[in-house]
Design a protein around this ligand. Structure first.
Ligand SMILES: [Fe+2]
Length: 247
């Protein structure tokens, strides 16, 4: 079995047995896939480590693509290994980060993964702790309840993919003759994003995903990021707190 859900932001209550009844029959060979904003690798604190240990002790294997709200410095420092045809970071033996631009074969199906997204909650800016006016700027924005984040503390430029990650994605899709069963991402193609809310701005990643959409055949595309549960056309599913069975 493979289940999918949307952003968890470090809160895994939805996987508690009382909320996730299907877990009763689930094993380590079954998967729960989070479509970005996993958020479990964030502060590196001992409290966070205990939460990850709890998730590791769940009877299933947790998979996730990264979103925009991840601590990329910590995430990219984790050990890497080859897994089912792609590369993963190992958070725990049964918690794996599915890296960008990979194709995995899981239960006989091909999954193309492309995490990352541009943050929406930075309208008032990104503060740099190295700036001489950082303290004043920070206090001013706090006072006005500003929507801002701090570089290297709550925001990382790696939220959007690098040129190398895009290039690797195209190489891997080409090696699959541009044919997969599932696409898993955090944000979605520009054309689908416009259906969610026309105010969302396009960026390099949503444009890239639109190109993937045009060039690749797939059965289902699952994504998160927009904090809603909705389906578009027959094969684009936006997930938030809902858990759906995919396989
Ligand atoms: Fe999110």
């Amino acid at each position: 079995m493979l289940f999918a859900t949307g952003d968890t932001h470090g809160d895994f209550d939805r996987f508690k047995p009382e909320n996730f009844f299907e877990a009763e029959e689930i094993t380590r060979d079954d998967y729960v896939l989070i479509c970005g904003d996993f958020g479990g690798v964030w502060s590196g604190s001992s409290k966070e480590s205990k939460i990850l240990d709890w998730l590791e002790n769940m009877p299933f294997t947790t998979l996730f693509v990264d979103g925009n709200h991840e601590n990329f410095e910590l995430l990219y420092s984790l050990p890497e290994m080859a897994w089912k045809g792609g590369r993963v970071h190992i958070v725990r033996p049964h918690i794996l980060h599915l890296m960008r631009g990979q194709v995995y074969e899981i239960e006989g199906r091909r999954f193309f993964t492309m995490g990352g997204a541009r943050s929406h909650d930075i309208q008032d800016g990104i503060l740099d702790p190295k700036s001489p006016t950082f303290k004043e700027d920070y206090q001013a924005l706090r006072m006005m309840y500003g929507m801002f984040r701090v570089k290297g503390v709550s925001w990382w430029s790696e939220e959007l993919p690098s040129k190398d990650e895009y290039a690797e994605a195209w190489r891997n899709l080409e090696s699959m003759n541009f044919s997969v069963d599932f696409v898993i991402s955090h944000c979605c193609p520009t054309s689908i994003q416009g259906l969610i809310d026309p105010h969302y701005k396009r960026d390099d990643l949503t444009d890239f995903l639109d190109e993937v959409r045009e060039r690749t055949s797939f059965d289902q595309w699952l994504f998160g990021h927009y904090h809603d549960n909705k389906r578009f056309y027959t094969n684009y599913t936006l997930l938030y707190e809902q858990i759906v069975q995919v396989l």
